[in-house]
Write a protein that binds this ligand. Sequence first.
Ligand SMILES: Cc1ncc(COP(=O)(O)O)c(C=O)c1O
Length: 389
Amino acid sequence: MVDDWRISNRVLQIQKSAIHEMTRLSKEIDDVAFLSWAKPTSDTPEHIKKAAIDAINKGKVGGYSENNGLLELRKEISKKLKRDNNIDSVPSQLVVTVGAVEGLSAAIMALIDPGDEVILPSPTYSTHIQQVVLASGKPILVPTIEEKEFDLDLDAIRKSINPKTKAIMYCSPSNPTGTVFSEKTLQELAGIALENNLMVITDEAYEYFTYDGHRHFSIGSIPEMKKNVVSCFTFTKSYAMTGWRIGYLHADETLIPQISKAHIPFAICAAVVSQYAAIAALKGSQNCIKDFRNHYLSNRDLMCKRLNELDSVFDYQIPRGSYLMFPKILLDEGSDSTTFCKKLLKDARVSATPGIAFGPTGEKHLRLSFCVTEEMINKAFDRMERYFN
Ligand SMILES: Cc1ncc(COP(=O)(O)O)c(C=O)c1O
């Protein structure tokens, strides 16, 4: 840890992100085959951009909106939650946030006291770990079951609960493993939360990207869980709106004013221009979601096929959702995933994210993104085949 009296212990505890480190190193090398970023490569659909430009031209975006977001947007979100997530809501149960990430941060700030434990099925999106640490909570990483496609280990979760446990936080479909937790599993998880008076915080960023008949299930749709869930969503992935920084959360009506108290000092409100864009995203054609999904599915199949040809180097679980996968490195050098990925970058010009970035259970793995072009996947695997053979 850096010894600098100026810096808070909370921030000092946060590890530098391996994702950004790999991005930086990748920029130093020419013509890298890039599989390390989980960002949609498509541009935002035209009708969404046009709605934002119209809102600017009509002088609608120069001021703040209501802290919890434009009422018109919250009404559209409410319809979407009913249609796609089976969650009943009214606008007073919603906060429009600066992406899913700010919603998750505000929820954690509102729910977690210093020393409270938060169970995170692991490997997990590293930002979740950092968010808990920033709230002075304690992340408790509970390994998922790799041989079962990184499914939740409900017994292990039960065993890790103690009087300090306050919440369980997960993302499904998962970054980094691509796992989609089934309705049955999440019903059981809900039972555990209810028995132990725990909150559940969800990150449903990849809700629309599921394959092979696996379906996304929102734990917030279980009526008995009404008071125990904060569900976080985003426009980032569904509508290729990464840079617009717009998302939303749903929670019980009595929680919203408290979450809002945490949201305001971070953001006051989400960018108003992005809120108008989000209204257009929800009201307009949903075809882009279908197109993105089909593209990711065909890329997933290609990546799995190419991985099969490298079966002495990698073993993998088929990702049933998201656009990420998390192969295990079978070679001895894989025991240090950071060195492995740096060497892969330098010697084969392929950029992947070291598994350790997703918690200690991620070691010996690397994360690959198939949210790229088919050509990029083929280029990366042609290079890896030459490198490893
Ligand atoms: C699981 C997960 N949650 C949230 C985000 C970021 O979402 P947003 O841009 O809405 O803050 C990402 C981005 O990669 C992600 O993978």
